[in-house]
Design a protein around this ligand. Sequence first.
Ligand code: KPL
Length: 297
Amino acid sequence: MSWRINILGSGAIGGLCAAGAHKAKLTYRCFVRQDRNPLRYAEGLDGQITTLEYASNDSYPLGDTDLLIMPLKAFQLEDALRQWQGKISLNTPVLLLHNGMGGVELARDIIPDNPVLLATTSHGALKLNADTVKHTGLGATMLGMAFHHPKAISLQHQLTPIMEACIGPVTWRDDMHNALWQKLLINCAINPLTALANVNNGELAQASYRPTLQAICEEVCLTAQACGIFIDAKSALEQVLNVIENTAENYSSMHQDIAHKRPTEIDAINGYVVKQAQKKGIDVPVNTQMLLAIKAL
Ligand code: KPL
């Protein structure tokens, strides 16, 4: 059975997925909204340029062996899910790939019968201009089910190799929610600080940022624990420092959004932590400060 991969949007991570599918000779097409330019080129870590395939601005019905990948911003997801909900069969797997939280709740609400997968990636990517994306840092991707589905095991076997080609290396996680909280922690620490200070990720290795990074990690860990997810604060800070080192040359997605005057994902990142903390009666002053400072920009 040959899968057709459908990639939504014109974002940097979607561009990486398309380039990976192209190089592996998989069948894929990219869809963008009517008013948006499609991505045309992807520059690999080795400098090699891939010319991407592009379907059209018109979405068309997707069947059971069409994988729909949604590498969108968290705030674009609701509209996109509503737009595609009538165009996909109930068996079409939908893969959410965004920073921050909130996608699972939307998918459960809008496409409750479809198999929904979640992915989170630490690959770095940058849009050089409207039609070119550049792979800026080698990362890894975690993949798992968003919620229970009877076909979960066969989907794991079918879709892991596909995603491996698109944006590997891929690790399948049965505890995807833990993985998402770990990525949330990294985004809470790196994204607002780089955007506010107008620096690349590597700058955050300076000692002056350490107390803020540590406070963010501690607050996120406390909130995660109250939500039933255990992340140790010490290893959390170590993880953040590792990502800072491995993506030192990258500008975070929030830095890029602020620099291009685009809406940010702050509500799904630090905003999500602040909301969960409020529900649990936990004080998270540094995450609140990040949220307010980014909103004020
Ligand atoms: O996910 C990222 C982002 O920029 O959104 C990190 C891991 C921080 C890499 O820049």
